[in-house]
Design a protein around this ligand. Structure first.
Ligand SMILES: NC(=O)c1ccc[n+]([C@@H]2O[C@H](COP(=O)([O-])OP(=O)(O)OC[C@H]3O[C@@H](n4cnc5c(N)ncnc54)[C@H](OP(=O)(O)O)[C@@H]3O)[C@@H](O)[C@H]2O)c1
Length: 216
């Protein structure tokens, strides 16, 4: 599958490396075509992956991942170009974290709206699927490192076919407990989990944790 990775940070690089290792063709995009982190990442792949701008990645990918700073995701998608988002599965891994008042961050959108909904409203022809935003990057691509992979990850989005495509990608990473929360408004829940995630990170002193859903 052709993957357009929007983002050069820890999440973009981790997901891009995993997807490339599974045989996908990955194009990593940034604000500038000569982004240093993207250049180094492509070098690590042995030059098999591609790099360029957000627009280049969005044009290339059949499935796109939004791994940009939440506060900048709308700007990043504008740079990607509406024409390149049309009909594409857009896996939104971003979180609406507001670091302007220091740590712990607050959320710049919550309760009756979410960042995923903002992206979906701005690009109604994109098929936004919120996924993986509740987990540290290392665990995203290697769920088996905790509890034999028996812990939860969530999907939110309006397009059932798009969610099935994302479910398949997550299963290929080793995810077993993939819970479809419903339409894109359900992303409010997974995004509003972040304040708890941040506090658990502090309390546990380790980011490699997750939650497991148990029931009778
Ligand atoms: N870190 C984690 O483990 C984790 C886990 C779950 C979810 N998330 C979420 O995943 C997203 C990525 O996190 P991250 O830690 O990998 O990286 P990050 O530092 O949050 O974001 C890096 C990306 O944001 C882009 N960016 C920054 N400012 C921008 C602007 N003004 N306009 C357009 N693009 C801009 C950067 O573009 P350039 O490439 O051009 O510099 C870069 O590609 C975030 O939303 C984060 O909340 C992170």
């Amino acid at each position: 599958m052709r993957i357009g990775m929007l983002g050069t940070g820890m999440v973009g690089q981790t997901l891009a490396s995993k997807l490339a290792s599974l045989g996908h063709d990955v194009f990593m995009g940034a604000r500038e075509a000569d982004n240093e982190r993207a250049r180094k990442w492509v070098e690590k792949t042995g030059g098999t992956a591609q790099r360029g701008t957000f627009a280049g990645a969005a044009h290339y990918g059949e499935v796109l991942f939004n791994c940009t700073l939440g506060a900048a995701s709308l700007d990043a998608l504008e740079q990607a170009g509406a024409e390149h988002l049309e009909g594409k599965v857009l896996v939104d891994v971003s979180n609406p974290l507001d670091f302007s008042k220091g740590m712990p961050p607050s959320l710049f959108v919550s309760n009756d709206d979410s960042l995923a909904e903002q992206l979906q409203r701005a690009y109604p022809k994109a098929r936004v699927v919120k996924a993986l935003n509740t987990i540290n990057a290392g665990v995203m691509v290697d769920p088996g490192r905790i509890a034999d992979g028996e812990h939860a990850t969530f999907l939110s989005g309006n397009d059932s076919d798009a969610k099935e495509i994302v479910r398949g990608i997550l299963a290929s990473f080793g995810w077993k407990q993939i819970i479809d929360l419903g339409d894109v408004t359900s992303a409010r829940g997974s995004e509003m989990y972040l304040p708890l995630w941040v506090r658990m990170w502090g309390a546990l002193g380790d980011a490699n944790f997750n939650i497991k859903i148990v029931r009778s």
